[in-house]
Ligand binder design. Structure first.
Ligand code: UT7
Length: 323
């Protein structure tokens, strides 16, 4: 028998305010047509004034707990992937812990920007496989609207706010790729590319900073690194692209999503796409897409899913899991 970290619940939350591409036409030299054709984004959600990342995360966490049919005190750990925590410290994860009324276990944030959720899944999996936790709430939550330069048309039209969460639970599997749960993971980073996507502020510079991106340079790295990482994860699970039921990619740009699917030899019928409605929500995009994909009836129990993401660092990775 092999211990596996199995998804037993999923949920998401999107702030109420929806901003259509056309809204940017009033303040920027841009068009709905440019944003749609270059990125696939049609709209995104922005958090209300005073609404924080931990608020979004708490809503998503409640939805995932409900879906799993458990309560907060059944959870041993919260791993929250975010680059936009409410405060410098304590972690947004401990704020979620308190908001859920969870009085035991432990909670921490993890920061790997847009790759944050594959990093969080990998770490949560390790906590479960090592026996340190039986049930882990894995959350991706972001308020990227807080770090936009609203005069930079090359970035501010691309990002949105939101949160998604999974409950991972220890279960016994047979040790084969037919098992439910996380089957393999692959993480990478290369700090030589740190200047391609960064926020030009932080605690030790005494500013919050704003997001800066050389979009076309990030794009250049994306497809190859994502397809490579997805293949590595599949290989480690003893599986191939033909076995994949759904790719659930980081939702940054439809052209990156299409390019990665093509490089993997998979049709777009096998890809969960939400970028048109959410924009790029960084670490929240994969759990949001998993939750929406399940609600749409795309993702079903037993499906083989590959998630993959790349972002600031550069940091990238992939996780193969059976739903
Ligand atoms: O999630 C983290 C990872 N991030 C990503 O994966 C993002 C990766 N990059 C991208 O998605 C794309 O590179 C973008 C959507 C950001 C840009 O698309 P692109 O096809 O790479 O365009 P570009 O940056 O090469 O810019 C083409 C032109 C430029 O004008 P010139 O220099 O050719 O005259 C830009 O100034 O488009 C211009 N442009 C815009 N025009 C209208 C840039 N932003 C806009 C805009 N509206 N919003």
């Amino acid at each position: 028998m092999t211990r596996r970290a199995v998804v037993t619940g999923v949920g998401h939350y999107l702030p109420e305010r929806v901003v259509e591409n056309a809204e940017f036409e009033a303040t920027l030299e841009t068009t709905d047509e440019w944003i749609r054709s270059r990125s696939g984004i049609e709209r995104r959600h922005f958090a209300a004034e005073g609404e924080t990342t931990s608020d979004l995360a708490t809503h998503a966490a409640r939805a995932a707990l409900q879906d799993a049919g458990i309560v907060a005190d059944d959870i041993d750990a919260i791993v929250l992937a975010t680059s936009t925590a409410d405060l410098t410290f304590p972690s947004a994860a401990t704020m979620v812990q308190s908001a859920l009324g969870m009085t035991r276990g432990f909670a921490f944030d993890l920061q790997a920007v847009c790759a944050g959720f594959v990093y969080a899944l990998t770490n949560a999996n390790a906590l479960i496989l090592s026996g340190q936790a039986e049930r882990v709430l894995v959350i991706g939550a972001e308020t990227f609207s807080r770090i936009m330069d609203w005069t930079d048309r090359g970035t501010c039209v691309l990002f949105g706010d939101g949160a998604g969460a999974l409950v991972l639970e220890a279960q016994e599997g047979a040790g084969t790729s037919d098992d439910r749960g996380i089957l393999s993971t692959d993480l990478n980073s290369d700090g030589r590319y740190k200047d391609l996507l960064f926020v030009d502020g932080g605690v030790s510079t005494q500013t919050t900073g704003q997001l800066r991106m050389q979009g076309n340079q990030v794009f250049r790295h994306a497809v190859e690194k994502l397809a490579g990482s997805a293949h590595t994860a599949l290989d480690r699970a003893g599986l191939g692209a033909d076995d994949v039921d759904w790719i659930v990619p980081h939702q940054a740009n439809i052209r990156i999503i299409q390019g990665t699917a093509k490089k993997m030899g998979l049709s777009m019928d096998k890809v969960v796409v939400t970028v048109q409605d959410h924009g790029n929500t960084s670490a929240a995009s994969i759990p949001l897409a998993l939750s929406v994909g399940k609600a749409r009836g795309q993702i079903k129990k037993g499906d083989l899913i590959v998630t993959e993401a790349i972002g600031g660092g550069l940091a990238w990775g992939a996780v193969a899991l059976r739903w």
